[in-house]
Design a protein. Sequence first.
Length: 223
Amino acid sequence: MDSSMRVRGRGVRGWLTAKAKARVRLWVDGPEIVHWDDPRQRTTWDSPAWPTLKTLESRRGEGAPVHVGAYSGLHYSVVVITGGQHHTDWVSLLHAHDEDGQWVLTPGSIGDKGPVVLGSDAWVGYGVTILGGVHIGHGAVVAACAVVTRDVEPYAIVGGNPAKTIRYRFDEPTREALLRIAWWDWPTAKVAAHKDQIHSPDVEKFVAGHDPALGAPACPLCA
């Protein structure tokens, strides 16, 4: 192998090593984490946050904000890919070239599709991948191993690759009532006082007691 090949080889290895170091898998536990001090890559968690580890993937200089609502749960294997958007309509999908034995990335060639927003009281299951620009509604469920490429409606259950709606947890009037109630915005003391109603299959009773569209609350705890 001549010297030019060795130089090229070191250049490729160096480029790959640099890219590997630039990628990061972050274990998130807490109300907020900032990637690389870049506000575009800030991840915020509404309080109270489910106290388990969450996995995010990002890349230096890329990405967009990620926001997770209150009382939402993510399995620790969930991956959110906010950056790394290659141009499929360009001549080459690899937006870099070899220049004197080093790979040079074309400026501005790798972008993102915007923020990722997960609503409150939602659940994202094992092995789910969420792509950039996706909004997942309040109360939604994302089934294990789904790949979420587009928005998910509130209280929808989605699954598959790409993720599609399987069904809704409740009928439309009930979904609308629960969104009006938005119990996840209550003070934590009020949530604790109503825990037996919230952790109950009697959704009709909960709606009757708290839906502002029905007038005065029928809940004895709120009287």
